[in-house]
Ligand binder design. Structure first.
Ligand SMILES: NC(=O)c1ccc[n+]([C@@H]2O[C@H](COP(=O)([O-])OP(=O)(O)OC[C@H]3O[C@@H](n4cnc5c(N)ncnc54)[C@H](OP(=O)(O)O)[C@@H]3O)[C@@H](O)[C@H]2O)c1
Length: 284
């Protein structure tokens, strides 16, 4: 109210306040449906449901995966796109490669048609909708895991300013960090995310298999995993690097390679990352 008076002293308070509410209402997305029943679909559905946002339906091609949506979230789940109700926002939480096929499968009407991919261009589906958009949450989602949605940064894009404002208003009810992105920004973030998350997880998998083979519990590594992640958030990773390659301890590197003689794939990964670290820290 104070802001209203300060900015528009000539405006009667009530008139400005009413105009502001009308403007906010016009920016509100009043109905949402999700296509897909996987990791992101389930997390987004839960977040929208918990925030009491107007989630109407979930469309999936395979109703075998509908239990969580129906039983836990009490949502209407359908497998026939003809039963999709017209909504303000249709979120396509399907694999990147299936987006075009899914856009052909459904009729987006006048809905904002938002995909959730880190890499796919915002206008990929422009042939199927004049309201293409992106609603990309930068996090790793696995169905069934609890996640603090409020801390997940959202990167949004839309083909026009009105849709963008609407998406922003929605995203700000789910997350403390909402950024208007570009295709280039999003794909750079996604590439970086593959390194910190997907590759890290694959390396954890290698460690798990090596320890299992030696009959040792993976649990012993957990404090190390936690400290490595905490250190990556607190320090410049270039400064935080430790290990035999960082120290150029050639005898230890040789021993590790001998231990991996029968593990061709794991040895390849070991050598590739070791060479990367040696080059970064030990070339004149
Ligand atoms: N997982 C993450 O951490 C993460 C994070 C941010 C963004 N994303 C993005 O989120 C999107 C979905 O990823 P996700 O991890 O949720 O994948 P997911 O768990 O594999 O789920 C993919 C969903 O797409 C459906 N689908 C695939 N092809 C289809 C088709 N031709 N027609 C209809 N439905 C089809 C699958 O149906 P079926 O179950 O029947 O196969 C499944 O419900 C991707 O764009 C991804 O880049 C993922």
């Amino acid at each position: 109210m104070f802001y209203a008076q300060f900015t528009y002293p000539h405006f009667p308070r009530k008139v400005y306040f009413r105009a502001k509410i009308t403007n906010l209402q016009s920016q509100a997305i009043k109905s949402i449906s999700i296509v897909g029943g996987g990791n992101v679909a389930s997390h987004l559905a839960k977040a929208l449901h918990d925030a009491k946002l107007p989630l109407k339906q979930v469309l999936m091609r395979n109703l075998n995966k509908s239990k969580f949506f129906k039983d836990d979230l009490n949502l209407q789940v359908i497998d026939d796109p003809a039963k999709l109700l017209p909504v303000d926002l249709l979120i396509l939480a399907v694999t990147d490669d299936s987006l075009v096929e899914v856009a052909k499968w459904i009729d987006p009407n006048d809905s904002i048609l938002a995909h959730v991919s880190g890499t796919v261009p915002a206008d990929l589906l422009k042939e199927y909708s004049s309201h293409c958009a992106v609603f990309y949450p930068l996090q790793t989602f696995t169905q069934g895991r609890e996640i603090n949605f409020w801390q997940i940064p959202f990167f949004i894009q839309a083909t026009n300013q009105t849709d963008l404002e609407k998406l922003k208003t929605l995203a700000e009810q789910l997350s403390e960090t909402v950024v208007t992105a570009t295709d280039e920004m999003r794909r750079n973030l996604h590439l970086a995310a593959v390194y910190v998350s997907n590759f890290n997880n694959a390396l954890h998998g290698i460690a798990d298999e090596l320890l299992a083979k030696a009959g040792i519990s993976f649990d012993y590594l957990k404090p190390l995993i936690m400290e490595t992640a905490a250190k990556a958030c607190d320090l410049d990773p270039v400064i935080g690097q430790t290990g035999p390659a960082r120290r150029n301890d050639q005898s230890t590197l040789a021993l590790h390679r001998r231990l991996l003689t029968d593990e061709k794939e794991k040895l390849l990964v070991y050598n590739t990352i070791t060479e990367y670290i040696l080059k970064k820290y030990h070339t004149e």
